[in-house]
Design a protein around this ligand. Structure first.
Ligand code: N01
Length: 538
């Protein structure tokens, strides 16, 4: 007999843990989580590379759904390291007794909708076969590691690792010649830490990045108490914002200020605030107006030139061909200064492209670099990769991979037409990857939970996005992106990092608050754009 559940949740990271708690403990449904890793935590389970820490501030990069949890948990610093965030998620799993409904070490292979019964049949690599009324994907947006198809990797004689699948025992870099490929948020976090340990580090850079100093600090008892006393206000500020961050964006354009005022403002954000405030607590038009953006970009380039001693290296580290913030803005601790170390060399892959990996290291058009270890900080098949590596089939056997052959289409990032009762937490078409992820996850989990509750009350068994609503949302997502500078960069938001991936701007750029309002409006109008039916209606 196949086990039957009300819902299967795929993934036990931030999204899956809260979804399970919501369905089981608030709604009384039977739910089973399948998690690929041997522990909970999702992103924070896998990404154990040196220097891995959160780029969002701890006091809001956490759940807000339970005030007791919020009051009892203590963050050690502004930007906690990966082990601390993982232990927070493990604490949540224990505190809400979630482990008993999570099957670890279990990769979901397929999920097929049965037109006759209106149920989903889910199978796993371990041989589980279960059915459920709902399938809820909580697989994360950045979970499918991308190891680029560089010729020769199979014959490399040293060790190599992808940052998103880091060995649990860590990697000993001492005395080693190390190459890091990639200068995204991950490479930028890892570089200073690996450099401090390795004999020599070569950083293989294809595209320079605009990184802002983190200005990390330990949380004092007073600062923690102050935050805990103001949580309601903090959450409100975050919910009312563009990015879901509890920062006040300025109401002025960067072009409203004189050059002196602007410099003073950028200096304050760079020196005193650091991190995402440089963009989300700054002039409102940095992502919308090229001229305004140029002022921030030039300020950052000036900083790079000031920090890096060798002017030629500094110039190679300066991005010039895409606007600031249109690739996910990295946050660092001593990244640029690391290039002043004697044991660090920048290799500019634009000037001297990477040709192949050899038995002994990396070969570019210019030189052979002998290496003991290669670190791939080369990112992820973002937003769609982790969904499409499962065989998901909706009505009449429609494969999600076929439906998305031209790029992902969703209604509100929550559902795909033709895939009834399948929800995608932080799916493509939602603002999550441009915003504060835990807040976006909570908004989706609660919306999905209320939608299922609505079905219970009204007696509906199946909910499905209408094609017209999906088409209109896809158009809106595209138009919203076109009103910003985002499409000017070859980013993973566009799928540009994966050879052959259809270039479609995947996240919703309209902002967290307008998006969440839209979801509320849809729900208030009897879930406008969603069709409800009985299980065997079609
Ligand atoms: O990946 P990325 P990431 N040859 O795709 C380069 C989140 N995150 O892991 O720009 C040579 O951004 C690629 O070059 P290019 C965050 O949302 C969060 O760093 O494509 N180079 C780029 O430099 C982030 O955005 C935290 O030209 C190749 C790099 O590899 C997302 O994860 C911390 C290459 C990949 O950068 C992904 O970041 C860290 C090739 N063939 C990350 N292929 C938090 O703190 C790729 N590259 C929460």
């Amino acid at each position: 007999m196949e086990q039957e559940y009300d819902a299967i949740v795929i993934g036990a990271g931030f999204a899956g843990l809260y979804m399970l708690h919501y369905l089981r403990d608030r709604m009384g449904l039977s739910a089973q989580v399948f998690e690929m890793g041997d522990g909970v935590g999702g992103t924070w389970y896998w990404n154990r590379y040196p220097g891995a820490r959160c780029d969002s501030e701890s006091y809001y990069y956490c759940y807000s759904f339970d005030s007791e949890l919020e009051q009892e948990w203590e963050w050690s610093s502004k930007y906690p390291e990966q082990p601390e965030i993982l232990s927070y998620l493990e604490h949540v799993a224990g505190r809400f007794d979630l482990y008993r409904d999570i099957q670890l070490g279990t990769r979901v292979v397929s999920a097929h909708f049965d037109d006759a019964t209106g149920d989903w049949a889910v199978t796993t690599e371990r041989g589980d076969r279960v059915t459920a009324r709902f399938v809820i994907s909580a697989v994360g947006c950045l979970s499918a590691a991308n190891v680029p198809p560089i010729p020769g990797l199979d014959r490399f004689g040293g060790d190599w690792y992808h940052t998103g699948a880091w060995p649990h025992g860590g990697v000993d870099f001492s005395g080693k010649k190390v190459g890091i490929i990639g200068t995204g948020s991950t490479g930028i976090q890892a570089t200073p830490v690996v450099a401090a340990e390795a004999d020599h580090l070569w950083v293989f850079q294809r595209t320079p990045n605009y990184s802002i100093p983190a200005r990390n600090f330990d949380m004092s008892a007073e600062a923690t108490a102050d935050i805990k006393a103001r949580y309601d206000e903090i959450h409100q500020l975050a919910r009312d914002s563009y990015g879901g961050f509890p920062y006040r964006i300025m109401t002025r354009s960067a072009l409203d200020d004189s050059p002196e005022e602007r410099r003073a403002n950028f200096e304050r954000l760079w020196n005193e605030e650091g991190g995402f405030k440089f963009i989300y607590g700054s002039y409102f038009d940095l992502l919308r107006n090229q001229e305004a953006n140029d002022t921030a970009a030039e300020f950052i380039r000036t900083k790079i030139r000031q920090i890096v001693d060798d002017p030629e290296v500094a110039e190679r580290l300066c991005p010039t061909d895409y606007p600031y913030g249109t690739k996910r803005p990295p946050v660092d601790t001593d990244y640029y200064a690391t290039f002043n170390r004697d044991n660090v060399t920048l290799v500019d892959l634009r000037a001297t492209p990477l040709e192949e990996i050899t038995v002994t290291g990396i070969r570019t058009t210019d030189a052979d670099y002998p290496l003991d270890i290669i670190v791939f900080a080369t990112g992820f098949d973002a937003m769609t990769g982790s969904l499409l590596r499962m065989d998901i089939r909706g009505r009449h056997g429609l494969r999600l991979a076929d439906k998305w052959a031209g790029g992902p289409v969703t209604y509100l990032g929550l559902q795909v037409a033709g895939f009834p009762n399948l929800f995608t937490i932080t799916g493509p078409g939602s603002p999550s990857v441009l915003a504060n992820m835990p807040l976006c996850i909570e908004q989706h989990v609660e919306w999905i939970g209320r939608c299922i509750e609505h079905m219970r009350v009204t007696g509906a068994e199946v909910v499905e996005a209408e094609e017209g609503a999906e088409d209109a949302w896809v158009d809106h997502v595209r138009e919203a992106a076109e009103q910003t500078l985002f499409p000017k960069a070859n980013s993973w938001y566009l799928g540009a990092n994966i050879p052959g991936k259809k270039r479609v701007f995947m996240p919703y750029t309209g902002g967290f608050k307008p998006y969440a309002d839209r979801c509320e409006e849809v729900a208030a109008h009897d879930y406008l754009g969603f069709r409800f039916s009985s299980a065997v209606a079609e």
